[in-house]
Design a protein around this ligand. Structure first.
Ligand code: GDP
Ligand code: IMO
Ligand code: MG
Length: 450
């Protein structure tokens, strides 16, 4: 796995580290590009999100899907860091370690987890699901009510506890039975009452049993838990290069996404400093990862959504089913207003355009380059607010499609003219060069600008 066959371009930048973020609503193919870029970085760092992420990598006939452990773990010489900004479900980490080990991937001192990362507890997952169920019926006559369509991995409730402060547990707490027990005694009585009020029919939470269960998991993970902020600064000073693996995506960012239909962390590149303790000035290049079309899982506005046979064809060709939940992804035309906004807030310096092969065979393609507002005026600004975004009408430019299959090409110059024109328009509109074009899930199905 060490010998990469795709030569990635070396970029010269001021900061020594690289960020990689999704520019749409997730599942852009970040996992594939993290895997490719790992070869020229020493450390892969997760800074946000939790087990709501699902990053797939295909290496030969092997397919991996990682939720919490950074994708860099698949490369033997790469150090992997789960930063303080991540919400960690210890059960998922232990499960991933076991699965990777079973498949011959070494997980030992190459994985470190911040002692300040907050823990996703079982009651967070119960709360997440109960709240979603409650919200589904909260507005009668509106399909899905007010539910977000979360992954039900406890992400929102865990981040809420982090902000509440006194009701949260951090990874470091798992190493001290007394601290853990004291906290859980208070939390369990509070949470039992809250879950009951939400209509959850469960036994009261048992602080003693939870303490033993999570202290035991802390013991199993103890060799990985450390102060990652100092560690990262020391590694950086020693000249090591980091790759920040963004989870989720810019349009799901809690502050800058389609609120309230977002996740609960800063998943754009803006989350890196707070989620790791490293200043943003240390980041030299930012890869914006985008699909050649759009997808979204869960509820929320999606102006270019195709609820017709073209959308169905894209879903089937792109195998657009969730890596974490298996849910069918909503599919639609490329929304460049949204992509340009995400590139802007993340400071993207280069783009990777993924899944271009999925568009082969469509007669006509459309790209949204403006929004028509309810008053009839046009705007090329994204609207990071669900209600207002839900009222715009997309304005499209039309492009001829291409009929050729492109998943076996090895050179960007051999792409059909129509595909070149499609990519040219993306670069021109977003104002950021496309460095990587992906034409299939495998490492070799990657066209890199010479
Ligand atoms: P991530 O969350 O951004 O890492 O993306 P996911 O792994 O959830 O979803 C992307 C899916 O697209 C995965 O199944 C990948 O194996 C697949 N994929 C990645 N790049 C390409 C590509 O260029 N073409 C096709 N057809 N599939 C791709
Ligand atoms: P990756 O890293 C796609 C979506 C969920 C839901 C909303 C809130 O694989 O791209 P949450 O469970 O986070 O509270 O759900 O955010 N979502 C994602 N959609 N890819 C992801 O991650 C996602 N992470 C969260 O579907 O709409
Ligand atoms: Mg995914």
């Amino acid at each position: 796995m060490q010998n990469r066959q795709i030569e990635m371009k070396q970029t010269s930048t001021s900061g020594q580290h690289t960020a990689l973020v999704g520019l749409q609503w997730g599942d852009e193919g970040k996992g594939k590009i993290v895997d490719l870029l790992t070869a020229r970085h020493d450390v892969t760092v997760r800074y946000n999100g939790g087990a709501n992420a699902g990053h797939s990598v295909v290496i030969g006939d092997q397919r991996y899907a990682l939720h919490l452990i950074p994708v860099g773990i698949l490369s033997p010489d790469t150090m992997c860091v789960i930063g303080n900004g991540v919400v960690v479900d210890p059960e998922v980490v232990l499960h991933e370690i076991a699965q990777l080990t079973e498949r011959g991937i070494h997980v030992g001192d190459n994985l470190v987890i911040s002692d300040r990362a907050h823990v996703v507890m079982p009651y967070h997952k119960v709360h997440d699901a109960a709240l979603e169920t409650f919200l589904e019926t909260a507005v009668i006559g509106r399909e899905g009510g007010l539910s977000i369509g979360t992954t039900r991995r406890g992400i929102g409730p865990a981040y809420a506890d982090k902000v509440h402060r006194s009701t949260s547990i951090r990874m470091g707490d798992l190493l001290d039975r007394n601290v853990l027990h004291e906290k859980l005694t208070v939390i369990c009585s509070l949470r039992s009452a809250e879950l009951k009020a939400l209509g959850v029919d469960t036994e009261p939470l048992d602080a003693d049993a939870l303490t033993e269960q999570y202290f035991d998991m802390g013991r199993q993970l103890s060799q990985h838990i450390t102060d990652t902020t100092y560690l990262l600064h020391e590694l950086s000073a020693a000249g090591k290069r980091f790759l920040f693996e963004g989870a989720n995506a810019c349009l799901l960012d809690i502050d800058h996404g389609t609120y309230p239909y977002v996740t609960s962390s800063n998943c754009s590149a803006l989350g890196i400093p707070s989620g790791t303790g490293l200043p943003g000035s240390m980041i030299g290049s930012v890869y914006g990862i985008m699909k050649a079309y759009s997808t979204r899982v869960g509820a929320g506005p999606f102006p270019t959504e195709l609820t017709n046979d073209i959308g169905d064809a894209i879903r089937e060709r792109g195998r657009e089913y969730g890596t974490t939940t298996g849910r069918p992804r909503r599919c639609g035309w490329l929304d460049l207003v949204a992509v340009r906004y995400s590139a802007m807030i993340s400071g993207a310096t280069q783009l990777a355009c993924m899944l271009l092969d999925v568009l082969s065979g469509l007669e006509t393609l459309r790209i949204c380059t403006a929004y028509e507002l309810p008053d009839g005026t046009r705007s090329d600004r994204f609207i990071p607010d669900a209600a207002r975004l839900g009222r715009i009408t997309p304005v499209y430019e039309e492009f001829s499609g291409w009929q050729e299959t492109i998943d076996d090409l090895t050179d960007r110059k051999s792409l059909p003219d129509a595909a070149q024109r499609y990519l040219d328009r993306i670069e021109q509109f977003v104002g950021v060069p496309i460095e990587i074009v992906s034409v299939g899930p495998e490492r070799l199905q990657t066209l890199v600008e010479a």
